[in-house]
Design a protein around this ligand. Sequence first.
Ligand code: BES
Ligand code: ZN
Length: 473
Amino acid sequence: MTAICQLFESQAGESAARSGQSGQGFTARYDRSMRSGLVIAIALAACSSTPQTSHTRFVTVGSDAVATALAVSAQDGQLAQVFATTDDAAILAIEEHELEALSHAMHEAHGRCGGFMLHETRIDAELALLPPDAQATPDYTLRRPAIVGALLPQIEATRIQGTIAELSAMKNRYYRSESGAAASAWLAKKWASFTDRSDVTIELFDQGYPQKSVIMTIPGLTDEVVVIGGHLDSIALGGMSSNAPGADDDASGIATLTEVARVVLASELRPVRTLKFIAYAAEEIGLRGSLAIVKEFKKRRVNVVGVLQLDMTNFQGSDRDIWIIDDHTSRAQNAFLVKLIETYLPDTTWGSDRCGYACSDHAAWHAAGIPASMPFEARSRDMNRHIHSAKDTLEQSGHNAQHAAKFARLATAYAVELAQLDVAPPLVCGYALPRDTGRDVDTSILSILGLLGLVGIGWVLTSRLAPALTRQP
Ligand code: BES
Ligand code: ZN
């Protein structure tokens, strides 16, 4: 039978411009069921292809068809590489000249037209494997490279380390303990020390526990809100009286977002979207802090357009740096994080992984239909085994915060691009000029033209009319 199927190409989009760039992603998990299928598929493969000059392409196939694809590639002695598998699909790197044979074999063995998707880059293929989300998402185009470039060098790992050291020196940060309550007050005071601006507010969000969630708000110009959060509480056996330093879980996340807040507030920048830093209370007992805040924000109709959760950022347990959790998170926003890493953190490697359950506060936002992401410190199988015990100390991370600093850079880039941090509007006669809010008409140009017009009218009035009016008869 002649293959009459077409190749299905994924949306190349922006990644196409980076064609050939391999990126990082999943590792191969080639299992036994695929191997048995391989034998059958080798017998089924119909087309022989003559080796020719070619280049590597990335395809996603159904997981039941991996063996068929491998059989096709085996015909010219170049076994395709399997990069990733989920329950439903797998990514393979295959030579371009083998695509036609693959299409044919898919048709013969599985009765599928095409039966695979072709992607420009491995990243595109990896993103296609992420579970879909149902949320409306904002425009993720990167527009502020100069501002990101100016802020990133200001992130200091030693400051993150200092904050982790102070938080983990507390006996515990349990949501019902005195020291847990003190942690909220301590953090609120630390954040307050970053600015004397009257428009920046710090609120202790009370949900009936001694420990309060801490919310710092840097107001923007629109009703849209961007949230960067982590959880303030810690836990270990013994509850109230336990020794629970929680250096990694999650003093590291709080220290990371604290450094982002410091750098943002040390600048003269102002966000177009309102930026909120949230240290959630009572995460360890079932996401209670974040669930209460999400509920309250929904009630108040707060328009949150993106949430970044920083929970465990300082234990480098795996070969790659940042692991983007792909369950209970937004596929589109996760792709945005990948874009931020690849654009602004070229030395930082990334991969995708999953918790398998609603493992942190991002899940509360996600369940409410708000785009949420959680970049994580290690693959879950390589995770820090000392969390929730007295051994969760800075020692386990080599007594430094180099790893967390990568997350602080990513979160800073996220804040700049999503909250649209920009130079403060110039003050003219005490009034701020409206800024470009990303809408179609550039309001700042219009207002400058308007202002010039006013200055012109003023000049005519003062230089021509005033002398005439004040002239003596
Ligand atoms: N930081 C952990 C979540 C985590 C641990 C993610 C290890 C990935 C690897 C978080 O503080 C936590 O402990 N979550 C609870 C669940 C929560 C709903 C109480 C957990 O994982 O048991
Ligand atoms: Zn925990």
